[in-house]
Design a protein around this ligand. Structure first.
Ligand code: HEM
Length: 441
């Protein structure tokens, strides 16, 4: 009887086309996880150090660095938060080792606090991941990206000119938000006029990643699913109109490399969705974090104005310092050993990029931004097989903004306190009141 019910539930899941199937399957996995957590209780943490560090706590998410210091000072390598039933890895080498061990520590059950499966690059491993990554990579090579350099420079020049007035403005709303969304819309092949709508769908849709198990969280998930559906409809219409075919855009290139017809409309949609989710808020967080640093560290801004050659290293240090994605999750499908601790099969594990990027064993004086540090080993773009596809693009955008700021502004000063997001994984300024003083001559 129970098997029959399970079978018909599976059949119902299988019968839902498009995004419905993966979302329903995810809901059933999350329920399963909740039941297992209730049964397993705190026995799950044996061997690790218990912690109350909670990445999903809003105040901690806004300012996590004190909590990271405590984890590092403790000296333990594996922590467990029993309330969240989450194992936590803060060490640079331990996060990297886990990201490499995809046989045991998998992305196929999700990379967020809630389990999800979907036919997406970021949610695959092994041969399937290699296959999906091959579909996307050609559109993001250094050569392919070079074609967008002048568009990025022009937009950065325009947006920076708009805010370098000497009057107070919100640098997030005026600069850090519009630059990535307008660039990604453009390289995807979405008309400029659809940009604002895109930003709304993208912002609402990303709520799926961060939804909590509360009434507000459920409402957020519903809004997110609606936004994803709207995006699906939008892309369907765009594909049908043929605008992408033979266009010099990311989707145009993907279609061009898709001669065997391996990528169907769903496949292309999932790629577009991933790029929107992965590329917007992350780059906004990087640019916002950079301007926050410059507003509070005039010595850094002066150093960059005096020597613009420092700009690439300054962006790398900002990536380490801000870590626009503070953490992502993995789930174990086999035991995973970290020193003397064995994380059992079926566990949820937090990969703390933010803590790893401030690991004092790797970075001296990690809580200080140093423009000349050149922290090559930071893992703000992840590490191993899933390392960021859009890293070149994100660097180009942040460097273009910095170049324009150093050319057009003489100083950047705070015009009020910075408000930081409370998202448990993505972190950046949401309001950044600053005054940009024009350079003379
Ligand atoms: C500062 C900006 C960015 C940061 C900090 C960032 C960070 C990351 C991180 C940490 C991962 C690893 C995910 C994992 O291990 O599960 C990742 C993957 C990814 N990123 Fe980015 N990203 C940024 C910008 C972008 C942009 C601009 C794009 C594209 C337009 C992009 C596309 C992707 C994709 C497609 C993946 C999945 C790769 C895979 O699973 O193989 N990212 N990113």
């Amino acid at each position: 009887m129970r098997t029959d019910r399970a079978r018909s539930a599976k059949a119902a899941i299988a019968s839902v086309r498009g995004i419905g199937g993966p979302l329903l399957e995810a809901a059933s996995m999350n329920l399963d996880m909740a039941v297992r957590t209730a049964i397993r209780g705190t026995r799950g943490w044996a061997g690790a150090t218990n912690t109350d560090y909670d990445p999903a706590d809003a105040a901690t998410a806004a300012q996590p660095f004190e909590a990271y210091r405590r984890l590092h000072d403790h000296g333990g390598r594996v922590f467990y938060n029993p309330r969240r039933a989450t194992w936590i890895l803060p060490g640079h080498e331990d996060v990297r080792a886990a990201l490499r061990s995809t046989d045991a520590v998998t992305s196929t059950r999700g990379v967020t606090r809630f389990m999800i499966t979907a036919p997406m690059l970021v949610l695959s491993d092994g041969a399937e991941h290699t296959r999906l990554r091959r579909q996307v990579q050609p559109a993001f090579t250094r050569g392919a990206m070079a074609a967008w350099q002048s568009a990025i420079d022009t937009l950065a020049e325009e947006l920076v000119a708009d805010v370098v007035t000497g009057r107070a403005c919100d640098a997030v709303a005026r600069l850090a938000v519009p630059l990535p969304i307008r660039i990604i819309a453009r390289i995807l092949g979405v008309p400029e006029t659809d940009g604002p709508q895109f930003r709304r769908w993208s912002e609402d849709g990303v709520g799926f990643v961060n939804a909590a198990a509360t009434p507000a969280g459920v409402a957020q998930t519903v809004t997110a699913i609606r936004a994803i559906r709207s995006l699906r409809g939008y892309f369907s219409r765009q594909f049908a109109s043929g605008v992408f075919t033979a266009s010099d855009t990311v989707l145009g290139r993907l279609l061009e490399y898709n001669e065997g017809g391996e990528l169907d409309e769903d496949g292309l949609f999932f790629i577009a969705l991933l790029l929107l989710f992965a590329g917007n808020e992350t780059t906004t967080n990087l640019i916002g974090g950079m301007i926050d640093t410059l507003a509070h560290r005039p010595d850094v801004f002066d150093a960059l104005r005096a020597d613009p050659e420092l700009i690439p290293a300054a962006v790398e240090e900002q990536l380490r310092f801000t870590s626009p994605i503070q953490n992502l999750y993995r789930y174990t499908r086999a035991p995973h050993e970290v020193g003397t601790v064995t994380i059992p099969t079926g566990s949820r594990v937090l990969m703390s990029f933010g803590a790893a990027n401030r690991d004092p064993r790797v970075f001296d004086d990690p809580d200080t931004y140093r423009v000349d540090r050149d922290p090559r080993t930071h893992i703000a773009f992840g590490y191993g097989p899933h390392m960021c596809v859009g890293a070149i693009l994100a660097r180009m955008e942040a460097q273009a903004v910095l170049r324009q700021l150093t050319r057009q502004a003489a100083a950047i000063t705070p015009a009020g306190p910075t408000t930081w997001s409370t998202h448990s994984s993505l972190r950046g300024p949401v309001h950044l009141p600053v005054r940009l003083i024009p350079a003379t001559g």
